[in-house]
Design a protein around this ligand. Structure first.
Ligand SMILES: Cc1cc2nc3c(=O)[nH]c(=O)nc-3n(C[C@H](O)[C@H](O)[C@H](O)COP(=O)(O)OP(=O)(O)OC[C@H]3O[C@@H](n4cnc5c(N)ncnc54)[C@H](O)[C@@H]3O)c2cc1C
Length: 358
């Protein structure tokens, strides 16, 4: 049976502790527990899928995910990811063929199953457009499918596909940039890590500045490190994943700024942290057209669910694909990645080309 990655790691750790405990004093055991807790939050897979809980992740799913040989390297794209899309793809497509700022509201298969109707809203929802197509490739995120599949597709998606959409996980990772007037940290610092206590007194630890506010401060336990921005030496960056990542999206910037100051002072008392002058952050969960960041194989789901998501809806008579599915969540080895999204688009384009060439 499948178990979670978290259960697997903690059972291995407890076996290790059983052997080592007679040789260690209480503080040494405590230290090791803190490090394991930190390691489970730092696990590189968590950042790949936008979860903060190894307990949600299927071991089988983790094994099915393929890492690239240069996985540990970070490649920075000048002027951001949008620039890559512009240069490599969009510039090669006739602009008249792209409907920008247009929301797809409904995708319906015609009764005779000859074509697909796509109903769209344009110009700030003022203009209704309907396209007819022989084939439609849908690439909205799994987060969007979870939210809107029942209203979007007529007739409803096949039941096994609906179940897979519900079962698979769609995580959220957010990046937070704190801009300071000047660095307050030591010049040779590239990254600092937070070792959170795992004992009870720590679970009750709260940010003082959050008292008398409607917000809880447990989210800060998901912050496990800060690093100095690769180009801007006065900017600290952190990442937060999972439920706590969704939670802090609703907290106002002003409160987060003081919260981060208190957190940095707590872990780095030697160099008293000033309040950052600006906070810049993503809020992927509350973005209507993504609702999160990455697909992952949640405990209870399976690689078959990714394959199921990728299956086209076909014409009942001719078995020709009418509605096809691409996007990161449909790639069985590279789900959660830009290269997975790209390759899935090629896969579906080939499926259509084959139909007309074979
Ligand atoms: C913080 C962060 C860091 C990441 N880092 C990496 C990394 O280092 N390496 C890596 O490989 N991947 C990374 N990823 C993941 C990668 O960005 C995604 O997997 C990839 O962009 C997914 O592409 P996609 O085409 O499947 O989906 P998307 O990029 O989500 O595209 C779907 C499009 O559909 C549109 N859409 C949705 N609903 C509708 C609708 N109803 N009508 C009209 N349009 C609609 C959306 O606006 C969107 O433009 C990262 C993601 C995040 C959030």
């Amino acid at each position: 049976p499948d178990i979670s990655l978290g259960e697997f790691i903690s059972s291995e750790f407890h076996q290790y502790l059983t052997v080592k405990k007679p040789l260690l004093d209480e503080d040494e055991v405590d230290e090791r527990e803190k490090v394991i807790n930190w390691l489970t939050k730092q696990h590189p897979y968590l950042n790949t899928i936008g979860s903060n809980q190894l307990n949600y992740l299927s071991v089988q799913g983790w094994n099915s995910f393929e890492r690239l040989s240069n996985d540990h390297q970070t490649t920075y794209i000048q002027n951001g990811f949008i620039n890559l899309l512009e240069k490599v793809f969009v510039s090669k497509i006739n602009k008249n063929k792209i409907e920008l700022n247009t929301i797809v509201k409904q995708i319906s298969i015609d009764e005779q199953q000859q074509y697909v109707n796509i109903t769209m809203l344009k110009n700030n929802n003022q203009q209704l457009l309907v396209y007819q197509a022989k084939h439609v490739v849908c690439t909205q995120s799994l987060g969007c499918l979870k939210q809107s599949m029942h209203e979007m597709f007529i007739p409803p998606l096949p039941y096994p596909k609906q179940v897979s959409i519900q079962k698979l996980g769609f995580g959220t990772i957010n990046k937070i940039f704190l801009v300071f007037s000047q660095p307050f940290w030591d010049v040779d610092f590239e990254r600092f890590h937070f070792l959170w206590n795992t004992n009870r007194s720590n679970t009750e630890w709260k940010l003082k500045c959050f008292m008398n506010t409607p917000y809880d401060s447990q989210w800060c336990k998901s912050i496990s490190s800060f690093y100095v921005h690769h180009r801007l030496s006065n900017v600290l960056v952190t990442e937060i994943s999972g439920e706590n990542s969704k939670y802090i999206e609703q907290i106002p910037d002003e409160l987060l700024l003081v919260g981060f100051q208190e957190l940095l002072c707590h872990f780095y008392p030697d160099n008293e942290s000033p309040i950052a002058k600006q906070i810049i952050r993503s809020q992927w969960y509350n973005q209507t057209f993504i609702h999160g960041s990455h697909t992952f194989i949640r405990i209870g789901s399976h690689i078959h669910d990714i394959k199921q998501l990728a299956m086209p809806c076909t014409n009942a008579k001719s078995a020709e694909p009418l509605i096809l599915f691409a996007g990161e969540g449909t790639h069985e080895r590279f789900y959660g990645t830009a290269h997975g999204a790209y390759l899935s688009g090629i896969r579906e384009a080939k499926r259509i080309i084959q139909l007309y060439t074979s």
